[in-house]
Design a protein around this ligand. Structure first.
Ligand code: ADP
Length: 151
């Protein structure tokens, strides 16, 4: 069974994430969307809300699971028996950042990181831009799946 994890904060899930996830499941038997918990980070959405947005968005897709984890991503991979980490690349800055993390993870374990380039038209979307739009009462709905709603 080829299992990958797609780690991130997902604060909140965006159409950039769903693009990578939907393409990722064509490569793997199972993709675990892994929400990393970082006690020092301030989030706009609670962990429950972030999980809910993701599980609702993929409820029809049995190959996708949602889990949370703390600590090193490679340790979580070992725990769930995943041999791959899936990541999205939007731009050169993502590449530089991801390269360092992927090299480190490879040093710490046998786990391979697989990168997918974002589809054109989605590369500008990020959770931080979505949060900014929400904070300023803008229309964020074209940037996120319809399961992400602020009430
Ligand atoms: P982090 O908290 O690690 O920044 P995010 O939740 O922002 O995590 O993103 C998780 C993953 O999704 C990362 O690999 C990131 O590059 C990817 N990603 C986010 N937005 C996009 C996008 N618009 N296109 C492609 N990949 C994206």
């Amino acid at each position: 069974m080829k299992r990958a994890i797609f780690p991130g904060s997902f604060d909140p899930l965006t159409l950039g994430h769903t693009d990578i996830i939907n393409r990722g499941i064509t490569l793997f038997d199972e993709v675990i969307i892994a929400i990393g918990i970082n006690a020092d980070k301030k989030y706009m959405f609670t962990l429950e809300q972030r999980m809910q947005f993701i599980s609702e968005a993929f409820k029809e897709e049995p190959k996708i699971k949602v889990m949370t984890y703390e600590g090193l991503t490679v340790e979580f991979c070992k725990k769930v028996d995943a041999h791959f980490i899936l990541r999205g690349l939007r731009n050169p800055a993502d590449f530089e950042f991801e390269k360092a993390i992927a090299h480190t993870n490879r040093k710490l374990s046998e786990i391979e990181t697989v990168f997918l380039l974002t589809s054109s038209g989605k590369s500008y979307i990020s959770s931080s831009i979505v949060r900014d739009v929400i904070r300023n009462n803008g229309d964020y709905t074209s940037l996120v799946p319809d399961t992400v709603r602020v009430i």
